[in-house]
Design a protein around this ligand. Sequence first.
Ligand code: GLN
Ligand code: ZN
Length: 759
Amino acid sequence: MAIPESTYPSKLKTANLGFPRMGRERELKFALEGYWSGKRTAEDLLNVARTLRAEHWCLQKAAGIDFVPSNDFSLYDHVLDALVLIGATPERFGAGPVTLDRYFAMARNSREQTAMEMTKWFDTNYHYLVPEWSEGLAFTVDPSKLVAELREARELGIETRPVIIGPLTLLLLGKGVRGFAPLTLLPRVISAYREVFAQLAAEDVAWVQIDEPILATDLPEGAADAFRTAYAALTETPIKLMLTTYFDAIGSNLPLAVELGTAGIHIDLVRAPEQLQTVAESLKPKQVLSVGCVEGRNVWLTNFVHATSSLLAAVALLGEDRVIVAPSSSLLHVPHDLRSESKLPKRLAGWLRFAEEKLSEIVALGSFDTHAIAANAEAIADREAAETTVNPKVRSQIASLEAKDFARAAVYADRTQIQRAELGLPLFPTTTIGSFPQTAEVRKHRAAHKHGHETTEQYEAYLRSSIEDCIRQQETIGLDVLVHGEFERNDMVEYFAEFLDGFAFTENGWVQSYGSRCVKPPVIYGDVARPRSMTVKWTEYARSLTSRPMKGMLTGPITILQWSFVRNDIPRKDTAWQIALALRDEVRDLEAAGIRIIQVDEPALREGLPLRRANWHAYLEWAVMAFRLATSSVCNGTQIHTHMCYCEFDDILPAIAALDADVISMETARSQMELLEAFRAHGYPNEIGPGVYDIHSPRVPDTSEMKKLLDLALQVLKPEQIWVNPDCGLKTRTWPETVAALTNMCHAAAQLRASSVGV
Ligand code: GLN
Ligand code: ZN
């Protein structure tokens, strides 16, 4: 329902919380990589960075944003920047002012030193460097970047609102070195922040955006008190603080957030629209509410009817002066702009908004621009009416699913007997996770084919010869279950998405994953369906070349969902199940082609977890059902594998068991003990391949090292349960490393078999 114009207030202030850093053409990426490879000077790199900042400030100002952020830019990562700011960079990289090279040494592995650990920023695909908290940190404050950016913008006539990660989010996202408790550093962290604020006060800064997304999670013991102590100190200066939360509701942390007494609070109204009224009503008399009503982490246009009614509700409660229009989170998580997309279907493009277009939305909402509101209503109506987004056949298939679609015909205990008899595998079977080295040559052929310099016949002939070589190598190494090597795949999600209905691809829709690394997620805009098989041709060809069992390789429904921009007009669950149906067809076709072992990778299962534990169960239920839907239709003798990586599994082990995969392989080489402890605690019922070596390193582990890990596994698992494999795919390794490591791995399995005779 539209809102009568007469009730619109005159104008609300507008803010942005952060802008993509890479530049329209990923200039920062190329400048960074040029510098790292020695092809560009430091000065060159810093110039590119400065130019990008200036461009981004100017375009935000020109769009009409009142609160333009600074210090949201980073040469690598904003968490690392915050550590530099308060002088808390890890001790192991040395002391004193952080030079450019030390900064990158902390961020990137080198021959001399392992970089800081990297992990996902909340539930996004952005990775930050994990703070290392220890007693000996110097806390020598270095506000030079913060102040320099402020002044740079001022030179352009733009007064910015600097962004700083709040002290509690920074502390709690880090890890204590050797069991050190991060919160014990609170007093020193607070005094560092006070020093930073004193500097900003000296610069006459009016507002600071202080990011505390940790407030959208379940706080650990002691955090609430730490918040009170920290903010009592930080609210003493004349600088106004915008306490910024995002990615979920403030929820039970609301009384705490309000009590901190900051000048304003920002909430994510896209993820948690229901919180508006409660938050607005709880604010202290002068506190300002920043309403995050334009989605900062997905690419769809905002529904202006919803957004304006939220804004009007906020204005009704607080008055015009106390309401600010903003994106739900930083725009870091969306691509730069839509203008460079010439190949997207026109109609779809009309429903999309990237960072620059989102700024226009924010400004239009802030001024209740009636033209923009009318145009938005048209675009929304167009999207709702579009037949291209609805596939009646898929809808009716989903509607008629029954319990049997989610369960294998027999239970694991019976299936395993049949599989053992039919597959004839030895004890401790050896296999790999799927990909073999994606050499420069493979990439060269793919690019040549893509750009029309190589015919499809030539390209496919090359793929066939790569597959054949790969199979001969695996036979020589002595692996039991072979794979085709995944040479035809550019990426484990994009490859599948390109075959499926309902997906679109941008030319330039890059988002930062970490450092200079960007990804270009596909856009799921409509119902997903599979018009033709995606992997059968290559897998069948591989199978024809060998007498050993060939494993088919698919990417799972949740991973495809997580690594795409997902439509927001139907629940995520529905899209996940549609993808699962498409995969079920693929699984059936593989089985019909004689493939008796099929692996469905779900490395992103855990990262889909909601931020708050109370919401975990609901998610895990539909996510597990999606996997079961994709995999349950096969005969009992067909063995379903899955693979997971980058995660702590212990707290979701029951869900992993509920997938009911016959075999699961896991990335564990770096924390074998922890994983096995979890298996001991939960008693994992099916077969497991705990990764016996770390594929992220070029190091070739010797046989005894892998044998030791397997001996540990034998202490908690039955011999018939154990598979022997590396901890992830081998695509980033070279062939010599791969052959050497896998040969040692097969020797370790052979030794184990020899010593287990009679088990
Ligand atoms: N099958 C994929 C590979 O081997 C799995 C990749 C992953 O787990 N991220 O590359
Ligand atoms: Zn993996």
